[in-house]
Design a protein around this ligand. Structure first.
Ligand code: SAM
Length: 217
C-alpha cells in the first residue's frame, strides 16, 4: 500500500467514520481521490490530517470532515447536475464529479480556478466545467440544479441560488456572520422558490462568500 493511500485510509477511519459519516459512496470516493495532489508540495504530508490548509490568495481547502459532511448532506446518487460555488483548489469538485453526473463550479479568484483546472485535467475529470466569476449569481443558463454547494460563508441564503435549485433539490451552505456560521441544508419543496425546508447541520467557520448576493468586499 502506498504512503498516501495508507494516510487516506487513516483519514477515513479516524476523521470521517469516527465522526459519524456513513454514506458509503462518499467514504469510498474520499478513500480514493488523491487530496495531496490539490495542495502545494510542501503541504502534501498534511493533506490527510483533519485541518483546513492554505491554498494561496488567503483561501483554504476545507478539512476532510467538512468536505465529507457537506457532500453527504447532498445525498447524491450519481445522476445529478451539481453547482459548486467556490472551486478553491478543486478537491471538493473532484469528489462531486465522482458522485454526480456533471459539476458546474464557479471561483471568483482566477489564479485558483486555473490551478484547480490543471489539477482536475491531470486526473482526467471530464464532467466538470469551471468558470471564473461571482458565484452568488449562480449559473442561470445551466439551472435548475439538483444540488448546490457553497464552500464559503454567506450572510443569508442568496435568493438567486434558491431560484436555481430544482424542486426537490438540495442546497448546502454556511450562513452566519463573518467569524462563525451554521451549515444549512435547504430543500426546495415546490415551484415557489421560497417554499423551502431548512435544516441546521452544525456550527462551522468558512472564508467569506464575497459577491453581489454575499458579503461586499
Ligand atoms: N472547496 C474548496 C476546495 O476543496 O479547495 C475550498 C473552497 S474555499 C473554503 C472557498 C472558496 O470560495 C475560495 O476559493 C474563494 O475564493 C471562493 N469564493 C468566495 N466567494 C465567491 C464567489 N462569490 N464566487 C465564487 N467563489 C467564491
Amino acid at each position: 500500500m502506498g504512503r498516501y493511500s495508507k494516510k487516506r485510509t487513516q483519514m477515513i477511519n479516524n476523521h470521517l467514520i469516527a465522526r459519524g459519516i456513513t454514506d458509503k459512496r462518499v467514504l469510498k470516493t474520499m478513500g480514493t481521490v488523491p487530496r495531496h495532489l490539490f495542495v502545494d508540495e510542501g503541504l502534501q504530508d498534511q493533506a490527510y490530517s483533519d485541518n483546513p490548509l492554505p491554498i494561496g490568495s488567503r483561501q483554504t481547502i476545507s478539512q476532510p470532515y467538512i468536505v465529507a459532511l457537506m457532500t453527504e448532506a447532498l445525498q447524491l446518487k450519481g445522476t445529478e447536475k451539481v453547482m459548486e460555488i467556490g472551486t478553491g483548489c478543486g478537491y471538493q469538485t473532484a469528489i462531486l464529479a465522482e458522485l454526480a453526473e456533471t459539476v458546474f463550479s464557479i471561483e471568483r479568484i482566477a489564479s485558483l480556478a486555473f490551478r484547480a483546472q490543471r489539477a482536475l485535467d491531470s486526473l482526467h475529470y471530464y464532467n466538470i466545467l469551471i468558470r471564473v466569476g461571482d458565484g452568488t449569481y449562480g449559473w442561470s443558463e445551466e439551472s435548475p440544479f439538483d444540488a448546490i454547494i457553497t464552500t464559503a460563508g454567506a450572510p443569508t441564503i442568496p435568493e438567486t441560488l434558491k431560484k436555481q435549485l430544482a424542486v426537490g433539490g438540495k442546497l448546502v451552505i454556511p450562513v452566519g456572520n463573518r467569524s462563525s456560521q451554521t451549515l444549512l441544508r435547504v430543500t426546495r419543496l415546490s415551484e415557489e422558490p421560497n417554499d423551502i425546508k431548512i435544516e441546521d447541520l452544525c456550527g462551522c467557520r468558512f472564508v467569506d462568500l464575497i459577491g453581489e448576493h454575499g458579503w461586499k468586499d
